[in-house]
Write a protein that binds this ligand. Sequence first.
Ligand code: FAD
Length: 411
Amino acid sequence: MSEAADVEEIESDVCVVGAGPAGLTLALLLLRSGLRVSVVERSRSHQREFRGEILQPGAMRILDQLGVLENARARGCHEHSRFRLLERDRVLLDIDYRSLPAPYDHLLSLPQAHLLTELLLHCARFTGFRYVDGCRVGGLLRDDGGRVTGVTGDGHVFRAKVVVGADGRFSKVRRLAGIEAGRTEAFDQDVLWFKLRGARREDGHDVRVFRGAGTSPVLVYGSWPDNVQVGWTLPHKGYQEVARGGLGHIKAQLARAVPAYAELIDDQITSLRDLSLLDVFSGRAERWAVDGLVLIGDAAHTHSPIGAQGINLAVQDAVVLHPVLVDAVRREDTGAESLSRFERLRAPDIAATMRLQGVQSKAMLSTGTFATRVRPRLAAVVRHTPLYRKILRTVAYGNPSVRVAEELFAL
Ligand SMILES: Cc1cc2nc3c(=O)[nH]c(=O)nc-3n(C[C@H](O)[C@H](O)[C@H](O)COP(=O)(O)OP(=O)(O)OC[C@H]3O[C@@H](n4cnc5c(N)ncnc54)[C@H](O)[C@@H]3O)c2cc1C
């Protein structure tokens, strides 16, 4: 405790704000490299229901290498073998993960709570780890030259050689550092999410997008333990208009879009509070580092949920930032120039994913007559080309050359 009796001061090499997939993966990598790490998280639990839970093979491979995946899986998950785009009875697109090399030849529907709990347990084995939850960061500490030297929040002061903003798409750290989010309205749809309990069926081993006449596309997948997660696409910024029609109107449209679940929708969606709106946008922060501070994961770049890329990218960001940070801390050079090596290494991968997501969104979700006519023919042709395998590998792995710098591990 500091002189002001109710303020706790914590000192570490690196202070990570946000215990999401990016923040906790990075914390574990740094701890294994012998650094002292504090993690500050505003929420007290890992139960963040409407968060990404589809893991791609790229993130699985890294988490496995860190010894985290097996136990996270053991807490409960579902494997999905294919991603399918369906229009009535026709399969327009069938991306089969079983053609990838085992053991990461599937998508994994894994509640984020299972992943985060396991990452945290691994971090907690290190004496250099401090975890403070229920603490919302609200300020940055700076020295006389303007360099960031820590953060403050809810009766805590965290001093560190480097602060990492891993606090998600609406990053407070990013705002406090005066960095523009670089938001662009690149997508035509927002997504309304809900879960149906007891709805998982034996045919539920795929992630599916249903397209139907006169209804917006709907994403459906089996979610642990026996739920179905549904994402109904709406015109971007169109929710108020839809909500004006009332709950009954929304339920009727949902039932039309996924008739197989009509009864469960009727029983379980009893208020607009059962639905969660995701404002879909993409963003790339104008810069990812200033003196003493670096951004990763959604805080640095935010994505559409299409193609389930967010966790993959967040985990890989941590892997790419790890050697940059270890080097910066050891050399005591934590200025913007040194830390922005991360941005130089990583930005091309992020740009490539954003481009791919734009194409995926247009190919899968657009509703114009041209797209509707051309899509099935194009999908049938592309399926048998090397381009299809390239797209599958990119969606599954992101940049496949991202590797954990195990040579830096001391512990
Ligand atoms: C509805 C939805 C569905 C998605 N589906 C998928 C999917 O299927 N697959 C996929 O890969 N991605 C998906 N995503 C995206 C994915 O969830 C994110 O890309 C990923 O979680 C980013 O990880 P992160 O660690 O950067 O940020 P986050 O997971 O957002 O973690 C940020 C953390 O920072 C904490 N925090 C925020 N502000 C503060 C503060 N001031 N002080 C302290 N702590 C703070 C938050 O509580 C949170 O724990 C989805 C996203 C949403 C919203």
